[in-house]
Design a protein around this ligand. Structure first.
Ligand SMILES: Nc1ncnc2c1ncn2[C@@H]1O[C@H](COP(=O)(O)OP(=O)(O)OP(=O)(O)O)[C@@H](O)[C@H]1O
Length: 621
């Protein structure tokens, strides 16, 4: 007669509390429970394969504690470990293990009681050794089948009988002695799919699931397609972190589909977490990490897990053995908690250390890393103090002295300045170089934010300042009053520049190779053109306050360098028209040097200037 699973008919003492009412036991509607599992716990019916593998694995581990006296042997004995077999015609899957097995009493107590597990005695100890803990995993078989058959021979006594437990989705089960004993102790669980669920027991699918879930399992797993009589093909392989970097890279290419730029080893001893951080070969989206491949005792938990790495580590994908980190009941993610938080922090620190090692030990690999991930790295540094630190120490910036790290620049120079516009950097870098000052190009995406943070961080305080072109220009030597060259140049150039709505500023500075500098926001084009509002977007917002009377709009200034031979000789040109064309030409040169947008009209001005100068120098039309 079938027994009813999950119902305990026991009762408490009559009259205890509750006015003499007899305590009754909860009843369990197994179909209802399975319905909850399938809709709210498990992501897909395919997890039945994982749950069976997991139970088999735990049984093999538990067996290691028991010294079976002469239990195994015989020609038909299965090989040590786990074997999965599919009967195509029957639509059945069998997972056989050489594990601890079950006695009749254990079958009644742990197989048929929802929430009962043999693995929860000492939770910490159990967690260290077993995958199961909740006592519900076996029910996953009801996602695809109406009946589960567990054929088992306990390893606890040498002459244990082989028993068959048959559990049904209607909540009943039977225990009987098997007609055909198992050749050695262990368990075979067989599920035969419902006609509607045959897709879940298709051999190709089951093989794929077994390889996926159990590929790294810590006990050997064999796949037996059901045709040959041998022990089946070994599915389990060694973990990617067990081999060298080349093996890890090959694994990454095969399993994750990319050739990693670098491999960082992870080892968080406090939770037995081990694995790899594989540096992606494409930029990815900052702040959008691809999930990580997580295993527990070699059983696949997820390949899109986002709990183990900090968000900023978007440039790596992890493959990790989660060690003692507990899993949720669905077994598809990790339980949140202090331990997970600590592990995440250490994983972050180890990824950062890996990037540092790359930066210091393998410059070529680090350069490749920056080529792909620089923007992302800078984006993270703009918000994360530790990434900022890494960027300061290892990322080279364009400076007036060539590429330098900010750390090096600040260590070796005083008064380092950074320009946040490309045009300022282009125009002022040569002047800084000539004066022995250092200018950093901070016009990259996130450059301004990062340099601003560095400026106020303890490492940077006082050593790096934003570049202020107005203040800098005020520092450039003004020709003495009465300087004849300056007066002559002003007479020649000021009226021409006025046509472009541009003021003249005559200075004398090094290097002489810089004839002109454009300062201010306007991109005046040709004479008579008004300066459009959009032309002001590059202007220094404080320029009005610093330079002009209150509320006066900042006017574009052309700084002409009297130290430049071209500028110095300008006023000596005899022909007024040539002089005017040359001034206009220098103005366009200044626009170009400042990286301003120029158009056809500027091209015409430049062309006129060249024509006039060439003709004046003796050329002919
Ligand atoms: N192959 C097996 N060999 C021996 N015992 C088994 C086997 N499969 C299941 N059992 C027993 O049945 C119990 C219940 O299994 P079930 O999968 O429902 O839960 P669990 O593995 O304990 O926990 P979880 O729900 O976390 O998986 C197990 O604790 C174990 O004692």
């Amino acid at each position: 007669m079938p027994e009813t699973g999950g119902v305990d008919g026991g009762s408490g003492p009559d009259g205890a509390g509750g006015g003499g009412a007899r305590p009754e036991a909860f009843r369990v509607d197994l179909r209802g429970v399975v319905d909850i599992l399938s809709h709210h716990l498990y992501s897909s019916p395919r997890v039945y394969v994982r749950e069976l593998l997991q139970n088999a694995r735990d049984a093999v581990v538990a067996r290691q504690d028991v010294d079976e006296a002469g239990g195994s042997g015989g020609a038909a004995a299965p090989p040590d470990g786990i074997t999965v077999t599919v009967e195509r015609e029957e639509g059945a899957v069998t997972v056989a293990d050489t594990g601890i097995g079950l006695t009749a009493q254990e079958m009644r107590e742990v197989l048929a009681t929802i929430g009962a597990s043999s693995k929860t005695g000492d939770l910490t100890q159990a967690r260290r050794r077993f995958l199961g803990q909740f006592g519900i995993g076996l029910l996953a078989c009801f996602l695809v089948a109406d009946e589960i058959e567990v054929r088992s021979r306990s390893a606890r006594t040498p002459d244990a009988p082989t028993l068959v437990w048959t559990g049904r989705a209607d909540g009943t089960f039977t225990v009987a002695t098997a007609a055909h004993p198992l050749p050695r102790s262990g368990t075979r669980v067989r599920v035969r799919a419902r006609p509607d669920d045959r897709e879940w027991v298709e051999p190709a699918r089951v093989e794929m699931l077994v390889r996926r879930f159990a590929g790294l399992l810590d006990v050997p797993v064999r796949w037996h397609g059901g045709h040959d009589a041998d022990g089946g093909a070994l599915v389990t392989t060694s973990a990617p972190w067990a081999g060298d970097d080349a093996a890890a890279a090959a694994w990454c290419e095969r399993e994750l589909g990319f050739a990693p730029l670098a491999v960082v080893r992870l080892d968080v001893a406090l939770a037995g977490v081990r694995g790899l951080a594989l540096v992606a070969d494409t930029p990815g989206r900052v702040g959008h990490r691809r999930g990580d491949r997580v295993y527990s005792r070699g059983m696949l938990v997820a390949d899109d897990n986002t709990q183990l790495a900090p968000d900023w580590a978007y440039f790596v994908r992890l493959v990790v053995e989660a060690g003692e980190l507990p899993l949720t009941a669905s077994r598809e993610s990790l339980q949140d908690g202090a331990l997970l938080g600590e592990v995440r922090e250490q994983v972050g620190a180890q990824v950062r250390a890996g990037v540092e090692r790359l930066a210091t030990g393998d410059p070529a690999a680090f350069a490749r890393f920056l080529e792909v991930h620089a923007t992302g790295l800078l984006a993270m540094a703009a918000v994360d103090a530790e990434m900022l630190d890494l960027v300061v120490r290892h990322v080279p910036w364009e400076t007036s002295e060539g590429p330098l790290t900010l750390a090096h620049a600040m260590r070796t120079r005083t008064g380092v300045r950074y320009a946040t516009s490309r045009s300022d950097f282009a125009a002022f870098a040569p002047i800084h170089r000539a004066a022995g000052d250092l200018l950093v190009n901070g016009s990259y995406v996130y450059g301004a934010e990062i340099l601003e943070r560095v400026r106020f961080a303890s490492t940077g305080s006082g050593r790096i300042r934003p570049f202020d072109r107005h203040a800098y220009l005020r520092g450039l030597a003004v020709p003495a009053t009465g300087d004849a060259d300056a007066a002559a140049l002003t007479r020649v150039a000021a009226p021409v520049l006025a046509r472009f709505d541009v003021d003249l500023d005559v200075r004398r500075f090094e290097p002489a190779s810089v004839p002109v500098l454009l300062v201010g926001g306007a991109r005046g084009a040709t004479a008579g053109d008004a300066v459009g509002p959009d032309a002001r977007d590059d202007a220094d917002p404080f320029a009005d306050l610093l330079d002009g009377p209150a509320h006066a709009p900042a006017r574009t200034r052309l700084v002409m360098n009297l130290a430049s031979p071209a500028v110095g000789a300008l006023a000596t040109l005899p022909d007024a028209e040539v002089r005017a064309d040359a001034v206009a030409g220098l103005y366009v040169t200044a626009l170009l040097l400042a990286g301003e947008r120029v158009d056809e009209r500027h091209g015409a001005l430049l062309s006129d200037a060249w024509r006039s100068v060439i003709l004046a120098a003796g050329g002919s039309l």
